[in-house]
Ligand binder design. Structure first.
Ligand SMILES: *[C@@H]1O[C@H](CO)[C@@H](O)[C@H](O)[C@H]1NC(C)=O
Length: 221
């Protein structure tokens, strides 16, 4: 009997300390009809017997990304089929001289570790409410900075030449929410009253911002 209680207590303890598995998509609406269902948390897997070294290989992260866009930066992912379900990914980030910016954004599903290989970056992240502390540093080649999962973060090229960084992320599909794009460039637009009040802006200013083009800096491969 006592043993039964002990097992019960251990099960409860286990439940109390467990967390939900991290989702790999923005949402997953439950349906009963399997015919109209989709696969979640990964892609269909190749028969392991048919796997080749090419499945674990990617070439081209030595090639600079094109930074001729609104923000002056571009993110190029390493697209590797064998990464499926392994919970990691890798990108190259290029920054144009004089304030090429990887704008404030969050990855809802991944922490990030970034290493600078060329140039000078001002990089940082902001903690959650109520403190909203900024952790920021100027980074030089060889310097590494960590952005914890979910925190708003950014990198700005503060040098006069190109800057290049590589970043590893703790999900095969980290997700990206670029703050300005999400707030001012949503489709359809958020009611300007809501945005004006939240950002202490004039409603006309909000309308003006909403009418602008909000481009991303993610290289489509
Ligand atoms: C870079 O992108 C811009 C804008 O899309 C384009 O006009 C330009 O030709 C591209 N440069 C190269 C080298 O591909």
């Amino acid at each position: 009997m006592e043993g039964g209680y002990l097992v019960g207590a251990l099960i409860l303890l286990g439940l109390a300390s467990a967390t939900d598995p991290s989702p790999l998509q923005d949402f997953c609406v439950a349906i009963n009809d399997a015919k109209n269902g989709v696969f979640v948390n990964g892609k269909l897997c190749k028969d392991p017997k048919l796997a080749t070294p090419e499945d674990f290989f990617f070439s081209g992260l030595n090639i600079p990304g094109n930074t001729s866009n609104q923000v002056g930066s571009t993110v190029t992912p390493a697209v590797v089929p064998g990464l499926n379900t392994l919970g990691i990914s890798l990108v190259r980030i290029d920054y144009a001289p004089y304030h090429g910016l990887n704008p404030p954004h969050t990855h809802p599903r991944a922490s990030e570790i970034l290493v600078v290989v060329e140039g000078t970056l001002y990089a940082g992240f902001v903690t959650s409410n109520p403190d909203n502390r900024l952790f920021a540093k100027v980074l030089y080649p060889g310097d590494v900075f960590v952005f914890p999962v979910g925190m708003i973060h950014f990198q700005l090229n503060v040098g006069s030449g190109n800057a290049v960084a590589f970043a590893a992320l703790s999900s095969q599909d980290p997700g990206v929410i670029t703050i300005a794009n999400a707030v001012f460039g949503s489709d359809p637009g958020i009611n300007p009253d809501a945005v004006a009040k939240a950002f202490q802006l004039d409603k006309n200013m909000v309308r003006q911002l909403q009418s602008r083009f909000w481009s991303g800096n993610n290289c489509r491969v």
